[in-house]
Design a protein around this ligand. Structure first.
Ligand SMILES: [Zn+2]
Length: 183
């Protein structure tokens, strides 16, 4: 059986973890702060987890290189569009693309609503030519969610507005036992 040629479902693809190494290099260059590494092969040892890590913190340190590539909404749109292209190349027909608005937007101070709009635009552009159904999972801690304090989505972009009938987890909707699994 040729698994590569088979149609697939991918229920756990992280947008920020699936950025093409070549794109990371180009985005740094376009932002005027080129990386010392100029090829995907050179970038891999500093930006990809290629060996067992001792802690989550150590893993996240490797993701920081990709995180700091998200300098503009155009960059976010490009990454989202390429993620769908890569799903199609893997013969994935239905995918859940998950992303953390906080992680994605923090380095460049991007607006959460606008970044989500850029993701939707990038995915829509790629879906014009690729037959991949895409759902989204936004990973947001309660401290930065509409239920928390301070920053978060505006009403127009909040999950409850965009997907009526579905609610993000909240202290009242989510049993305590399930909370660690849903942020
Ligand atoms: Zn995950």
């Amino acid at each position: 059986m040729d698994l590569r040629a088979s149609s697939k479902v991918d229920l756990h693809r992280h947008l920020e973890g699936a950025v093409r190494p070549g794109t990371i290099i180009e985005l740094y260059r376009e932002a005027g702060t080129p990386l010392a590494e100029t090829t995907p092969e050179e970038l891999a040892p500093v930006a990809q987890v290629l060996r067992p890590m001792g802690s989550l913190a150590e893993v996240l340190a490797y993701f920081r290189v990709a995180q700091e590539a998200f300098r503009s909404l155009d960059a976010v749109e490009r990454v989202a569009s390429e993620a769908v292209e890569d799903l199609a190349a893997d013969n994935v027909r239905l995918a859940e693309l998950r992303f953390s608005p906080d992680f994605l937007c923090r380095s460049a101070g991007l607006d959460w609503d606008e970044a989500f709009g850029a993701i939707l635009a990038g995915v829509a552009r790629a879906r014009e030519v690729h037959d991949v159904e895409v759902g989204f999972i936004a990973i947001a801690g309660r401290w930065s969610s509409p239920f928390g304090t301070g920053k978060g989505w505006s009403d127009s972009t909040s999950p409850t507005t965009r997907w009526p009938g579905r609610r993000p987890c909240s202290p009242t909707s989510c049993p305590r036992s399930a909370r660690p699994a849903c942020t």
